[in-house]
Design a binder for this molecule. Structure first.
Ligand SMILES: Nc1ncnc2c1ncn2[C@@H]1O[C@H](COP(=O)(O)OP(=O)(O)OP(=O)(O)O)[C@@H](O)[C@H]1O
Ligand SMILES: [Mg+2]
Length: 496
C-alpha cells in the first residue's frame, strides 16, 4: 500500500516539475531569465547543488554557459571563464560527438574533463544531456554533485523530458534574436510607412532587405489588404532602380487583349483603333519595376508572353515583328494560392516556378495581432494630419475589440475602420462606439470566456511545446493519453 502511495507521489512530483518547467518556458522571452529559473527547478528536484545550461553558437563554435549554479548553490554571474569551444571538455563532447546522455560516477577522473577547474571541483556525480530542437543539438544541460548520487531511470526520464521545453525556448530565443537583429538593421534602411512589430512581419521585412537588389522577379502572396503593393513599392524605392519608374497594373481589371496592349504596347494598324504606335507599360518602366497585381487573372496566352520576357528580357509589341529588349524587374502579386491554380490548370507551371524563386508571403492580420496596436497608432497619426484632429490614442475597450476582431479585410480594413472612427471621434480617445459595429462587437461581451475555451487554448499550447507529440503533451498536462486524444478529436471535429 505504502509503496503504491510512494509511487504515486513520485509520479506526481515528476509531472509537476515538468509542468512547472513548461510554464516557465512560456513566461518570458528572455532566455537567461527562463534558463536561470529552469535550472533552479531542475536542481531543486534532483536535490543537487550545481548545474549549467549551455547554448551553442554554431558561428563561433562557442559553448555559452547561459546559467550556472556552483557547488555552493550560488548563481554565478561572471560566466566568461566558463565558456568552452564545441568539442572541448565534457559538455563540448556531448554537443559535438556523443549527442546522447552521459552519466558519470566519480566524474573528476574522466579524461574528457579537460578544464583544470572542472577537475578541481571534485565532482562525484555528473549528468550531461544534449538539448535538442528539431533533432539539432542546441545546448547541453549538466547536473553536478560533489556527493555520490543515485540517478535511477525514473529521474533520468524526467531530466530527458525537461530538455524538450528547454530546447524549444532556446530555439525560440534564437529566432527572436535573429528577427531582432534584422529589425535593428532594418531601422537604418527605413522602410517608410511600413508598420511591423510581429515576428512574422519582421521576418518578411528581413527577407525584403535581402532581395532588394537581386535581379530576379518576385512573387508576393497574401490575402487582400495585407500590404502586397506596399511591399512591392518598398522593394522598388529602396533599390538601385528607385530613380526609374514603378508602374502597376491590375491583371483582373482589363480583358485579355487590352491587358496585352497595355503591357506590351502596339504598333499603328495592329487592330482597329490603333492609329499610332504606343509604348506599353513594360517599355515605359525601363530601368524600373512593373508591378502585376492579381496575376492569377492573366490569360494563359499572356502568361507565355510574360514568361518569355522574364527569360530573355525581350518581347514583341502587338502587331510588330521587331523584338524590343528592356531591363524591367517584374514583381507579381496574388491573393490566391498559385500552386492550386497550377493544379487546376489555370496557371502555367513554368511561369509559376520562374516567379516562385523569390517569394514573399504576407501573413493575414489575424495571425499577427501584435501588429494591431502599432498600426492603430500609425493610422491615428496619419488621419490626425488629414483631418486636422488631435486624437491621442484608442481607448482600452476599442483596442481590445480590435485585438479580438478577425480582420477579414486585413490592414486595409483596419485603416478604413480607423479613418471612419477618426471622423466620428469627439474626444482625445477613439471609443468603442466610434468603430464600425462589426468590430465593436468583438469586444469582451461577444467573447467566449468559457473554461472550455481556456482549456482548449492551454492544451493546444502545450501540444505545441511538446513539438506536436500527443504522448509528451499528455505527460506535461498530467492527463492520460486517451483523455487527451478524446479532447483533441472533439476540437478537430469542431464540436468544441
Ligand atoms: N504594414 C503596414 N503598415 C502600414 N500600412 C499598411 C501595412 N500593410 C498594409 N498597409 C496599408 O493597407 C492598405 C492596403 O495595402 P495594399 O494595397 O498594399 O494591400 P494589398 O495586399 O495589395 O491588397 P489587395 O490584395 O486588395 O490589392 C494600404 O493603404 C497600405 O498602405
Ligand atoms: Mg493590391
Amino acid at each position: 500500500m505504502n509503496t503504491q502511495k510512494d509511487q504515486l507521489e513520485r509520479q506526481n512530483r515528476k509531472l509537476s516539475i515538468l509542468y512547472d518547467i513548461a510554464l516557465t518556458v512560456g513566461k518570458s522571452l528572455e532566455l537567461k531569465e527562463i534558463l536561470d529559473d529552469v535550472l533552479e527547478k531542475v536542481l531543486a528536484f534532483m536535490r543537487a547543488k550545481s548545474g549549467v545550461i549551455y547554448t551553442i553558437d554554431y558561428e563561433t563554435l562557442d559553448m555559452i554557459p547561459v546559467t550556472y549554479r556552483n557547488l555552493s548553490d550560488e548563481l554565478v554571474t561572471d560566466l566568461t571563464k566558463n565558456k568552452v569551444k564545441l568539442g572541448e571538455c565534457m559538455c563540448g563532447n556531448i554537443a559535438q560527438f556523443d549527442r546522447e546522455v552521459v552519466i558519470l560516477k566519480d566524474a573528476s577522473a574522466d579524461p574528457r574533463f579537460t578544464r583544470e577547474s572542472a577537475r578541481k571541483e571534485g565532482m562525484d556525480f555528473y549528468a550531461g544531456l544534449p538539448i535538442k530542437a528539431k533533432d539539432k543539438v542546441v545546448g547541453v544541460l549538466c547536473v553536478i554533485s560533489h556527493l555520490p548520487y543515485d540517478l535511477d531511470e525514473d529521474l533520468l526520464d524526467v531530466l530527458r523530458a525537461a530538455t524538450l521545453p528547454i530546447g524549444l525556448s532556446i530555439e525560440n530565443s534564437l529566432l527572436f534574436e535573429t528577427a531582432r537583429k534584422e529589425a535593428d538593421t532594418l531601422k537604418h534602411k527605413d522602410f517608410e510607412g511600413i508598420v511591423a512589430s510581429s515576428r512574422k512581419m519582421l521576418e518578411v521585412l528581413a527577407l525584403v532587405r535581402k532581395i532588394i537588389n537581386v535581379p530576379s522577379s518576385i512573387l508576393i502572396s497574401g490575402e487582400s489588404g495585407t500590404g502586397k503593393e506596399l511591399i512591392a513599392r518598398a522593394v522598388h524605392f529602396n533599390s538601385l532602380r528607385k530613380g526609374n519608374p514603378f508602374l502597376a497594373i491590375n491583371c483582373s481589371a482589363l480583358p485579355e487583349n487590352l491587358l496585352e496592349s497595355e503591357m506590351f504596347g502596339y504598333v499603328k494598324g495592329a487592330f482597329t483603333g490603333a492609329n499610332t504606335n504606343k509604348k506599353g507599360l513594360i517599355e515605359a518602366a525601363e530601368g524600373g519595376t512593373l508591378f502585376l497585381d492579381e496575376l492569377e487573372a492573366m490569360s494563359k496566352a499572356l502568361q507565355v508572353k510574360l514568361l518569355r520576357f522574364m527569360q530573355d528580357r525581350t518581347f514583341y509589341k502587338v502587331g510588330d515583328t521587331k523584338p524590343v529588349t528592356v531591363d524591367v524587374r517584374i514583381i507579381a502579386a496574388t491573393n490566391r494560392e498559385l500552386q492550386e491554380e497550377v493544379r487546376a490548370g489555370r496557371f502555367r507551371e513554368d511561369l509559376y516556378y520562374r516567379l516562385n524563386v523569390i517569394r514573399l508571403d504576407l501573413p493575414a492580420l489575424r495571425g499577427r495581432r501584435e501588429d494591431v496596436p502599432p498600426l492603430i497608432k500609425y493610422f491615428i497619426s496619419k488621419f490626425n494630419k488629414k483631418f486636422c484632429k488631435s486624437v491621442k490614442r484608442a481607448s482600452k475597450e476599442a483596442l481590445y475589440a480590435a485585438m479580438n476582431y478577425e480582420w477579414p479585410g486585413n490592414v486595409r480594413e483596419l485603416e478604413n475602420a480607423i479613418e471612419r472612427a477618426m471622423v466620428m471621434a469627439e474626444a482625445e480617445e477613439l471609443r468603442l462606439g466610434d468603430l464600425p459595429a462589426e468590430i465593436a462587437a468583438a469586444s469582451a461581451s461577444g467573447q467566449d470566456l468559457s473554461m472550455d475555451k481556456v482549456e482548449k487554448e492551454h492544451i493546444l499550447k502545450v501540444l505545441d511545446i511538446a513539438g506536436g507529440s500527443r504522448k509528451k503533451a499528455a505527460v506535461l498536462l498530467n492527463l492520460d493519453t486517451t483523455t487527451l486524444w478524446r479532447k483533441l478529436k472533439l476540437y478537430s471535429d469542431g464540436k468544441k
